[in-house]
Design a protein around this ligand. Structure first.
Ligand code: MSP
Length: 531
């Protein structure tokens, strides 16, 4: 297969394919929001983007949950998968592909891939003995386990002993190649702390892992031995490949890999890093396929400083949270407040404080009061000023001129909090500038042009802030743009890439008096803390 590297032009990224044993939780929402922000930013740059998400519908965990509910696995998966689709709608996630691993086309891709690895001689039969965590769908090493053979991640669950014939994948054969990969491409695993974790793990020596089960029904049969079911992770990772198929394409590897492969970015949580950063590249090496560009493992979320869990009764329902506070609020909090890559916390009063301070006060009030002054002092029109009329070293323009590049670098490094902080600095500087310049006095003193320059500088800074924040808070940015007289909808990304490309709208000085300002209205209503 001759695969041309298309990835300079295209940008394909994935979220994990979420298990459907339960409704989506805030952790799944977190990864998907981040992925959506990356996708939206790349689209602003004008790159063709493919955002892949979906559901993982095989394995013992789901089989058991469906059994306990007395419904057929397919029916159960249909119901649960729908829950993810509707959450993504509520959170305003613009994905391009939603892959379900129960899709029959996926089986064809998995079979073809299995055959390639089989032909390579990398699959053999052996005896699997070990402790299995059904919640992780993973064998644990004795030394990793807590007392009573409990899983370190699912601390209230005991692992189960297995001693059975399985098929194995020769992971150990790829030890050197993997080490070379990590050395030659230091960006392959990010952030740095996760990369080190994997380097240490691999250094200890890789063991072959079993890729089939004999006691599980929910999954694909092993093509060469139908008594065995394929291990859920072996098929799930290949979901990223099946997702690349055009809707009416025949399910072959060649068709799937033609346009978007290799994937530019796999976004995942830190608990599933080994699968993505060790097993997956080794599987691809075995099948002679190019490797993804980057795997980024983000941190875990806690609530009020505590690990979230049903047994603790402190879960955070993403649907309820979004319905109460809006998609933009939820998206903004998680990306602005937490350094992506590190663990982070949700606390409701902190949540409300951050949103009120940044979105209602700093950004929303700034727009509102400036538009109010424009109405009074400039007859409601954009002042007839252009960027050239403002010196490059004036307080807002000097920040604005550098901001686009700075924010681009931050988004590209997935440093969402840095992107937001840099943008908010311009917003805060604008508030300060208005207070210092006091356009109301300038106007009273008859200094019309000076008044106009101040108001233009501030409105243009709000515009730039709205544009650069649009991947994170598309609805608020849309509302700001409308009030500034632009017919640009940040939720229609194909249109935005053409009418408001980053190369133009990502710089300072775009606002012009040819635009007709819209009616001022609050872009983010202050949240009253619950009593
Ligand atoms: N089905 C596998 C992924 C297969 S990908 C080919 C799976 N699914 S999952 O639904 O259990 O997990 C999905 C994601 O949620 C993981 O990236 C995991 O890290 C993330 N999170 C689970 N709990 C989390 C938090 N408390 N905080 C942040 N993310 C968390 O694993």
């Amino acid at each position: 297969m001759n695969l041309v590297d298309q990835t300079e032009k295209t940008f394909a990224l994935t979220t994990p394919l979420y298990y459907v044993n339960d409704l989506p939780h805030i952790g799944s929402a977190y990864t998907t929001i981040a992925a959506d922000v990356v996708a939206r930013f790349q689209r602003l740059l004008g790159r063709p983007v493919l955002l892949i998400t979906g559901t993982d519908e095989h394995g013992l965990k789901i089989q058991r949950t469906a059994e306990s509910k007395g419904i057929s696995p397919q029916k159960f998966c249909d119901q649960m998968s729908g829950g993810f689709v509707s959450l993504w709608q509520v959170l305003n996630i613009k994905y391009d592909r939603f892959i379900r691993t129960s899709d029959p086309r996926h089986e064809a891709i998995v079979k073809e891939f299995f055959q390639r690895v089989w032909n390579k001689g990398d699959i053999y039969q052996g005896q699997q003995k070990g402790w299995y965590c059904v919640s992780c769908e993973e064998f644990k090493e004795e030394r990793e386990l807590l007392e009573g053979h409990r899983c370190p991640i699912h601390t209230n669950k005991e692992t189960e002993w297995r001693d059975e014939q399985n098929y194995f994948f020769r992971l150990s054969k790829y030890q050197t190649q993997l080490e070379e990969l990590y050395q030659s491409r230091p960006d392959f695993i990010q952030p740095e702390s996760r990369r080190n974790e994997i380097l240490n793990f691999v250094k200890q020596g890789l063991q072959d892992f079993s890729i089939s089960r004999v006691n599980v029904d929910l999954g694909f049969r092993v093509p060469t031995d139908p008594k065995h079911t394929l291990y859920v992770w072996f098929d799930a990772l290949l979901g990223y490949v099946t997702a690349l198929l055009e809707p009416d394409a025949e399910p072959t590897l060649e068709n799937a890999l033609a346009k978007w492969w290799p994937i530019n970015l796999h976004l995942i949580g830190k608990d599933i890093l080994r699968f993505h950063a060790v097993y997956w590249p080794a599987m691809l090496m075995s099948a002679n396929l190019p490797l993804p560009k980057q795997v980024f493992g983000h941190g875990f979320l806690t609530k009020d400083g505590l690990k979230m869990g049903k047994s603790l009764g402190n879960t955070l329902d993403p649907v309820a949270l979004t319905t109460s506070y809006s998609a933009d609020a939820v998206r903004y909090y998680f990306l602005k407040e937490i350094e992506f890559g590190r663990d982070g916390d949700f606390n409701e009063s902190r949540f409300i404080d951050v949103l009120n301070a940044d979105l209602a006060n700093d950004l929303g009030n700034l727009l509102n009061r400036t538009l109010g002054m424009v109405k009074k002092y400039c007859a409601g029109n954009v002042p007839p000023i252009t960027s050239e009329d403002i010196p490059n070293d004036s307080p807002l323009k000097s920040i604005g001129l550098r901001l686009g590049e700075q924010v681009k670098n931050a988004y590209e490094a997935l440093a969402f909090n840095q992107a937001c902080d840099a943008i908010l600095k311009l917003v805060r500087a604008s508030n300060k500038y208005i207070d210092e310049q006091a356009p109301w006095s300038l106007y009273k003193q008859g200094q019309q042009q000076a008044t106009e320059k101040v108001l233009y500088s501030v409105l243009e800074s709000v515009r730039l802030a709205a544009y650069l924040l649009s991947p994170v808070i598309p609805n608020i940015s849309h509302s700001i743009y409308q009030q500034l007289g632009f017919e640009i909808d940040f939720n229609n990304q194909a249109q935005t890439a053409i009418t408001a490309p980053f190369a133009i709208h990502g710089t300072w000085g775009v606002l012009s008096d040819k635009q007709t300002l819209g009616e001022p209205s609050p872009v983010f209503k202050r949240i009253e803390p619950p009593k």
